[in-house]
Design a protein around this ligand. Structure first.
Ligand SMILES: Nc1ncnc2c1ncn2[C@@H]1O[C@H](COP(=O)(O)OP(=O)(O)O)[C@@H](O)[C@H]1O
Ligand SMILES: N[C@@H](CC(=O)OP(=O)(O)O)C(=O)O
Length: 603
């Protein structure tokens, strides 16, 4: 009998009528012949209210007690949902995270799932019951209650779908799918019919609150098709699936996102030598802070600058770690800006389309907005702007890529039965104890930790060269002009790195195919006011996988391995699915080998 997982978010269980409506949906699926497992979040704004309550008592509630408190929100919902389903004549049973053996590590308020025992759920499903599980919560090995971080019920739902081998995981929410950007901010946003895991991973981590990014990591690892849809209508929603199922020809940009509450930290005057960057991020990672948008540009006079962003709420804690790290690394100092936002565009089509950067920078320039920092990866471009211009920047970009016209590119409906979406082959598929219960999928997942980092590979690219424009003016429109000139010369740009400016001037680096370096140089010379440096060949090393950003240690491990070999890093950019660095061309092969070892990959 097929198994369906349905997750109802806080907005979908806010009051008793909504709970009854959600119950009817579960019953419908049950009556169609599916085994049904429902995951629910706390009602409405309960989690926010519980946080406020704790803050009334103390400014610094102990994290363990915070999780004890927050988990109650979901416990209320599961009980009410079970009552609702029973009242409509269908047997149902509710479980807390502890009761289904959802075991996590002990990082309160941001715990990661280690394993889940499916016996009890499988038995209840086999008995014909609708099973209701509290999202967002688990227990550590000592039975302390933990929570998975805000929005974590999505992760519970997809993890359960993976463990139990569900055909799909439905996420019911207050929008009828994933939109080209947050429809609350840009009402003309359009609904996307299908989106790939990687695109959704980037969108979610870049600010699209509709899905918890860790849930997409799970879905990608285990090949779980996700259907995001409305609790209040039967309209088909958005399928989040593997690349082959999602691909749309002719479209470069799939969506745009805004992360409004960001803070930027810059470490000034970092000695431009092997190991310096590593020592900085090592300290920050030890504090378990999630660092985003790391940008390091080519150094001058033996010094370089490294900038990164963190969630604004983490600024104070990160500054403490960053200042200690800067002192230890012999850097000149630390600056920060708490009033910045990140605007990003994402799309698989960027791998093959030129001119996306140009169009984005042009749109921002035309809106009269200055770009403070730039970082790119294969399928995304992110820029940092001042917070007061952020919404205008997002709208400008959304318009520039005609994302409001998404309905003009219809995609056929998706059916999980015909899907080519599969688990990543490197992930041992969920191993189940044979001593279970008659092939109902019982047993215990025997992986190290279901949410452990997955590094799919390391890559060396020796086909590119690098151009750096030094001392460029930090004003609206400059980068648009540079990349327009390069696009006109027909050159495909890969990495773009622009760090935050000191004294109104900054450096802008980018990489292009080796054979196009001379053409690109000729194109930008007339625009560059200051010095232009050209590296005709460079090595680009990438660590690729799932969970690159949420696992704080990846970049650190990469930088550390290179530092051990005394390989200097010239350029850095990061994304949710990869960390890229540029090094001198003659170090490429040794660097590749040492990264393979550092990440336990075979050659
Ligand atoms: N790209 C996007 N597409 C759809 N919704 C988005 C997007 N980006 C942000 N959102 C926001 O996410 C909200 C749904 O997430 P959330 O409030 O966490 O719901 P739930 O309580 O169901 O988990 C939507 O109301 C929408 O405003
Ligand atoms: N209740 C938790 C977990 C969650 O996922 O909620 P929602 O599904 O409403 O985003 C939170 O508010 O963070």
């Amino acid at each position: 009998m097929p198994l369906l997982v349905q997750k109802f978010g806080g907005t979908s269980v806010a009051d008793s009528n909504k709970i009854l409506a959600a119950a009817r949906r579960a019953i419908q699926a049950h009556q169609r012949g599916d085994r049904v497992l429902v995951v629910v979040s706390a009602r409405g704004h309960t989690t926010d209210e519980l946080i406020a309550l704790a803050k009334e008592i103390t400014d610094r509630p102990p994290a363990r007690e915070m999780d004890m408190l927050l988990s109650t929100g979901e416990q209320v919902s599961v009980a009410l949902m079970a009552m609702a389903i029973e009242s409509l004549g269908v047997p149902a049973i509710s479980f807390t995270g502890a009761q289904i053996g959802l075991v996590t590590d002990s990082y309160y308020t941001k715990a990661r799932i280690k394993n889940i025992s499916s016996d009890r759920m499988a038995q209840a499903l086999a008995d014909g019951k609708v099973v209701i599980v509290a999202g967002f919560q688990g227990v550590d090995e000592n039975y302390n209650i933990t929570t998975l971080g805000r929005g974590g019920s999505d992760t519970t739902a997809v993890a359960l779908a993976a463990v139990l081998g569900a055909g799909a995981c439905e996420i019911y929410t207050d929008v009828d799918g994933v939109y080209t950007t947050d429809p609350r901010i840009v009402p003309e946003a359009g609904k996307i019919a299908r989106i790939s895991y990687d695109e959704m991973l980037e969108l979610a981590s870049l600010g699209a609150g509709v899905m918890h990014s860790r849930s997409i990591e799970f879905a990608k690892k285990y090949g779980v098709p996700i259907h995001v849809r409305s609790s209040f209508s039967d309209a088909p929603g958005t399928w989040i699936v593997g690349e082959d199922d999602a691909r749309r020809l002719g479209v470069a940009v799939t969506g745009a996102a805004l992360a409004k509450d960001e803070a930027r930290i810059t470490i000034l005057g970092v000695p431009d030598r092997p190991g310096a960057v590593h020592s900085i991020f090592h300290r920050i990672a030890k504090a378990n802070l999630v660092v985003d948008m790391i940008v390091q540009n080519v150094g001058t006079d033996g010094e370089t600058e490294v900038s990164f962003t963190v969630a604004k709420g983490d600024l104070a804690e990160t500054l403490v770690a960053a200042e200690a790290a800067a002192r230890a690394a012999g850097a000149r100092g630390v600056t920060h800006d708490a009033e910045v936002s990140k605007v990003s565009v994402i799309g698989l089509g960027m791998r093959t389309h030129t001119g996306v950067a140009t169009a984005m920078f042009r749109a921002i320039a035309d809106a009269g907005i200055n770009i403070q920092m730039i970082t790119t990866s294969e399928i995304k471009i992110s820029i940092l702007v001042e917070r007061s211009s952020a919404v205008a920047a997002l709208r400008a970009v959304h318009r520039a890529f005609q994302l409001d016209q998404v309905h003009a590119f219809p995609q056929p409906d998706f059916s999980p039965e015909r899907s080519t979406t599969r688990a990543m082959t490197l992930v041992p598929l969920v191993e189940v104890d044979s001593g279970g219960n008659g092939g109902q999928g019982g047993g215990t997942v025997r992986e190290q930790g279901m949410e452990d980092l997955v590094v799919a590979g390391v890559e060396l690219d020796e086909t590119q060269g690098r151009i750096t424009l030094f001392d460029v003016p930090d004003r609206p429109g400059y980068s648009a002009r540079v990349f327009a000139a390069i696009a006109e010369a027909g050159v495909f740009v890969d990495m773009i790195v622009q760090n935050v400016s000191e004294d109104g001037r900054t450096n802008l680096s980018f990489t292009v195919p080796r054979e196009a370096v001379a053409r690109a140089e000729a194109a930008v010379r007339p625009i560059a006011g200051g010095q232009v440096s050209v590296e005709p060949a460079m090595a680009k090393l990438s660590v690729i996988g799932v969970g690159m950003r949420t696992h704080t240690g990846v970049a650190t491990r990469m930088f550390g391995a290179l530092a051990d070999l005394a390989i200097n890093i010239n350029l850095i950019n990061t994304s949710e699915i990869r960390v890229n660095v540029g090094t001198d061309i003659d170090t490429g092969k040794a660097a590749l080998e040492c990264l393979r070892q550092a990440f336990d990959l075979k050659g």
